[in-house]
Design a protein around this ligand. Structure first.
Ligand SMILES: Nc1ncnc2c1ncn2[C@@H]1O[C@H](COP(=O)(O)OP(=O)(O)OP(=O)(O)O)[C@@H](O)[C@H]1O
Length: 509
């Protein structure tokens, strides 16, 4: 039988004028996977920060294993066996995977590092997460890993800590492909058997229904509902998160995008012919026309992100050709932007947002024209313009003058997407556009992507979430080991067929 492991009572936390937590109770039991749910900005990450010692509550108390628990920092929480795997990853980029996994718990004797023991332990922790030895090399620098691999290394790092008894996972699957999600779930069930307690934040309802035992829904910093997964449904959970608000009817986003009448001529906007990059992709051919959404599926590391980066001019084209709006030749991101291409990176902090700048600056920096006399930006006009996007994308914030770094993860993602929409591109390259975004906002964003196509724009979208691709794309192609397979109408694919192609099980080799 499961026993209470970590109990929190009456937690409150305020950031300036924002009341992030307003008296939250939580009871986490060993041998249980506890879903922590809520819309973007509901207070989930703040609660995780308090549990993991990264933040102290203004008021409230906690107990761990029946004794008072007041960690003075993450180190103390770690020593007590409470480990957080961040939504925003925190590996040391210049260190190797092995060094990162063992950071702070390096085995030593008489002051000397025991390197072979260190490798063995790091390898064992990685194997537990990836399922196979050698999937991720111990000697690669963390900076050179894909976000998905970084996520797996982060989890391995938490599990390598001796005495780990509470694992806090903040959106662990947001950068994982389907196969890795399955592997993670196998691991979570193993951890349950070992009587660990897991707190699991995710915006994917199907994952929560599949793997979690109990749930707590936060809304506006308070517990809105809690219970067992067996006794609830997806619909009830969505209602609890939104407080009854649904996104039925026309979205404001759809209303704002002018549908171009009679886009009958489907001119190609992007033509990629037998193109390959220095390492990946090894071969890709595709055409994206005005008025259509083309999706790219594939497993992590298949080369999807590299394909988008190459099209945008961030990575060189080794062979073949890429033409945007009928113009070929070599390209830089600046040239692509001038050609009307907008790129949403999967790495929103590294490449997407300027965190110390305001929401208004971030949203409007790609197109400041029309916000005042030439060479000047009128504050009021810039704010109004930014406000239009934050309203449309339902960004939870105090004010558009607020720094982006103060927003919750999902709201930062909305700002990154809003900036691209403000740029008014003709061709949108979107890498994981709804990662970390709550379910209601996700539906809005997906509708917006469809509305962009209806207004004559071309969209190329990469997503690890196959149902999303099937619902928003006109045509889909699958990448397998760097090679892009045939682009087929979405109606010709099923989730199963996409997965089969992504794993090489269907003539894609
Ligand atoms: N360091 C900070 N400074 C100011 N405000 C903050 C800070 N951290 C969080 N907040 C605010 O606290 C509220 C709760 O944020 P939190 O990150 O806990 O939400 P969340 O439920 O984890 O959202 P998401 O699903 O987007 O990750 C938000 O309004 C956010 O803007």
């Amino acid at each position: 039988m499961s026993v209470s492991s970590l109990v929190a009572r009456g937690l409150q936390k305020t950031f300036g004028a924002t009341r992030a937590l307003r008296g939250v109770d939580l009871e986490v039991r060993s041998g249980e996977i506890h879903a922590l749910m809520g819309e973007n900005g509901a207070g989930k990450s703040t609660l995780m920060s308090i549990l993991s010692g990264a933040a102290t509550p203004d008021t409230g108390s906690m107990e761990l294993g029946g004794v008072p628990y007041r960690p003075s920092g993450p180190r103390e929480a770690r020593q007590a066996g409470v480990l957080l795997v961040h939504q925003e990853l925190s590996l040391c980029g210049h260190m190797t995977v092995g060094e990162n996994v063992m950071l702070g718990i390096e085995p030593a004797r008489y002051g000397f590092l025991r390197r072979s023991e260190m490798r063995e332990k790091a390898e064992a922790a990685l194997k537990a997460v990836t399922g196979k030895e050698g999937t991720i090399s111990l000697d690669v620098r963390a900076a050179d890993l894909s976000p998905a691999d970084r996520q797996l290394v982060e989890i391995a790092r938490a599990l390598a800590v001796p005495g780990c008894r509470i694992l806090l996972l903040d959106e662990p699957t947001s950068s994982l492909a389907a196969g890795d999600v399955d592997r993670l779930f196998v691991l979570l069930r193993e951890l349950k058997q070992r009587s660990l307690a897991v707190v699991y934040i995710s915006h994917f309802l199907e994952e929560i229904l599949r793997v979690c035992d109990v749930y707590t829904v936060l809304r506006d910093g308070q517990v809105a509902e809690k219970g067992t997964i067996a006794e609830t449904t997806a619909k009830k959970l969505v209602l609890a998160m939104s407080g009854g608000a649904t996104n039925a009817g026309t979205s404001p986003i759809e209303e704002a995008v002018r549908t171009e009448e009679g886009v009958t001529e489907k001119a190609p906007v992007l033509v990629v012919e037998n193109a390959s990059g220095v390492k990946k992709p090894s071969s890709a051919s595709l055409t994206v026309h005005r008025g259509e959404v083309v999706g790219i599926a594939g497993l992590l590391g298949a080369g999807r992100t590299e394909l988008l980066r190459m099209i945008f001019g961030l990575d060189p084209v080794a062979r073949g050709s890429i033409r945007v709006a009928s113009q070929g030749g070599s390209a830089s991101p600046a040239k692509r932007i001038a050609q009307g291409v907008g790129f949403l990176s999967e790495d929103r902090k590294g490449e997407g947002l300027l965190l110390s700048m305001s929401i208004a600056d971030n949203l409007t920096m790609s197109r400041l024209s029309g916000m005042g006399p030439p060479g000047f930006v009128k504050d009021g006009q810039q704010r109004n313009s930014a406000k239009k996007w934050t309203d449309m994308l339902a960004v939870k914030m105090r004010d558009v003058g607020q720094q982006v770094r103060d927003l919750s993860g999902g709201n930062q993602q909305k700002v990154a997407l809003g900036r691209l929409l403000h740029q008014e591109a003709d061709l949108f390259l979107l890498d994981e556009p709804t990662r970390g975004v709550d379910i209601n906002s996700k539906t809005q964003i997906e509708r917006h992507i469809r509305a962009l196509a209806a207004s004559g724009k071309a969209v190329l979208v990469v997503s690890s979430h196959l149902p999303d691709l099937l619902s928003i794309c006109d045509r889909i192609g699958v990448m397998y080991r760097g090679r892009l397979g045939e682009i087929r109408p979405a109606s010709a694919w099923t989730e199963h067929a996409l997965l089969a192609a992504a794993t090489g099980a269907e003539g894609n080799t």
